[in-house]
Design a protein around this ligand. Structure first.
Ligand code: HEM
Length: 144
């Protein structure tokens, strides 16, 4: 199951690295906004593709542990439940983030406004931080 674990880690690198890069681009001055918005649009595509891979390989990881998956009362079980809850929260909020990015891109094409980039900067910062927390929880699961 090494390949499945590798894919899981590569997916993680893409969603976390991409969110951090996009957040950083939105922190640069307004002149680079359109570069940030273009990166954001590309990130949203990559994000949903990578999440698909993460969920499938995550279920695969779980399958390889199958008869021995600890119950929620154990420490592993509690950490795993926390990881899944956080992943679900990130997914729900990411749906909103994707919609905001696309709305912003349309507005930028017609009016060229710059006011929502603050929202997007915070959104990418929050995405990166939450994903880093998911990774921290996942490392406790995998390596104690
Ligand atoms: C439904 C979604 C997911 C499920 C069911 C899932 C499940 C799992 C399982 C069962 C493991 C193995 C733990 C062990 O070997 O004891 C694991 C490891 C891991 N997961 Fe997930 N995961 C999911 C989503 C994610 C996401 C979104 C991320 C990143 C943001 C992530 C990052 C990791 C990392 C970094 C590891 C450790 C890999 C290693 O060191 O070998 N997972 N996951």
């Amino acid at each position: 199951m090494l390949a499945v674990r590798l894919l899981h880690v590569l997916g993680m690198a893409l969603v976390l690295g991409g969110a951090t890069l996009t957040w950083w681009l939105f922190r640069q001055d307004a002149a680079s906004d359109s570069a940030a918005v273009r990166t954001a649009v590309a990130y949203e595509r990559g994000f949903w593709a990578a999440i698909g891979v993460l969920v499938m390989t995550g279920v695969g990881n779980l399958g390889s542990l199958a008869p021995y998956v600890p119950t929620v009362e154990t420490r592993w079980g509690t950490v795993f439940a926390a990881k899944l809850l956080l992943v679900l929260t990130v997914l729900a909020l990411s749906l909103v983030r994707t919609l905001v990015v696309h709305r912003y891109r349309r507005a930028e094409a017609t009016e060229g406004s710059g006011q929502e980039t603050d929202t997007l900067r915070v959104a990418y910062g929050a995405t990166a931080l939450s994903l880093a927390t998911v990774v921290a929880l996942a490392e406790v699961l995998a390596h104690g």
